[in-house]
Design a protein around this ligand. Structure first.
Ligand code: ADP
Ligand code: MG
Length: 265
């Protein structure tokens, strides 16, 4: 059976999550899929990588106070007593708030929710959680969610339908450490298809990568390596032109794309 193409991308800050999310989204779109790109990172970089130029177009869902109040019964910032509706119907959220980046690419920006140690029962979190949990797909659709580091915040919602987890790392000790934690979390959430992409690999690191690949392969389906590409910085943030480049980075990520998604399990 073909699994729904709901994909999340996670890893330490700065490793290339947004770059990889955007490129995968654009490659899916080129192949005729309708893509919903979800920006779950509070830094909100993904829309710009997908070609949105006007920051005024971006109003995060967490700031749509009227909508949140309509759906949960509680306005953000106000006390809620026992009135908070924890399972709101958010089936109209894309039609209302998605930003159209191109014919095939829509973007939903989640925005920030204050984190609390015991999980947050505030109305903003309730809405974002419901969106991640409820959003469903038709045959030719795909969801790619660019997350902030750590899956704890929306873990249960992510577990509900995200069948693909892409953990991004740099070749550094620290980001591999974070990647291993992310892999453990994704496994705890029973995500069946977990991949790791080690990004920004330089030529002189090939040997080290060989050993690393060996070490990581035991815990994920497959380990991929993407080269460091000094040209990326000239294109950013908008990657819509960059994806047509005949560069080592693009050629390699296209192979990764085919490898993971040409025969979805
Ligand atoms: N393979 C690569 N080669 C060179 N620079 C890269 C590569 N991947 C990402 N970058 C750059 O690294 C920076 C951080 O990438 P980004 O995708 O924003 O990371 P994250 O979303 O994980 O914080 C950006 O300036 C981006 O252009
Ligand atoms: Mg990012």
């Amino acid at each position: 059976m073909t699994e729904e193409l709901k994909i999340f991308v996670t890893g330490k800050g700065g490793v290339g999550k947004t770059t990889i999310s955007a490129v995968l989204a654009l490659l899916f779109a080129q192949r005729g899929y309708k893509v919903l790109a979800i920006d779950e990172d509070s830094q909100i970089n993904l829309p710009f990588s997908l070609g949105i130029k006007d920051a005024n177009k971006i109003i995060p869902l967490s700031q749509q106070f009227d909508y949140i109040e309509e759906k949960t019964g509680v306005r953000p910032g106000q006390g809620w007593g026992s009135m908070l509706c924890l399972n709101p119907d958010v089936s109209d959220v894309i039609e209302k708030f998605a930003i159209k980046a191109s014919n095939n690419v829509n973007i939903l920006v989640m925005g920030t929710v204050k984190r609390t140690s015991n999980g947050c029962l505030c109305p903003e979190h309730t809405i974002l959680n419901a969106v991640i949990r409820q959003i469903c797909l038709r045959q030719d659709e795909v969801i790619i969610m660019d997350t902030q580091a750590g899956l704890e915040h929306f873990g249960r919602a992510i577990a509900k339908g995200f069948r693909y987890g892409i953990v991004v790392s740099e070749p550094s000790f620290n980001s591999i450490y974070v990647a291993k934690q992310a892999i453990r979390l994704a496994k705890d959430l029973n995500i069946p298809n977990i991949f790791i992409i080690v990004n920004k690999v330089r030529n002189d690191e090939i040997e080290k990568m060989h050993n690393l690949g060996f070490e990581l392969t035991n815990s994920v389906k497959k380990v991929f390596f993407l080269p460091y590409d000094k040209h990326l910085i000239q294109y950013e943030p908008d990657l819509t032109v960059f994806i047509n480049n005949d560069s080592l980075f693009m050629n390699t990520i296209k192979k990764v794309f085919e490898d993971i998604f040409s025969h979805p399990v």
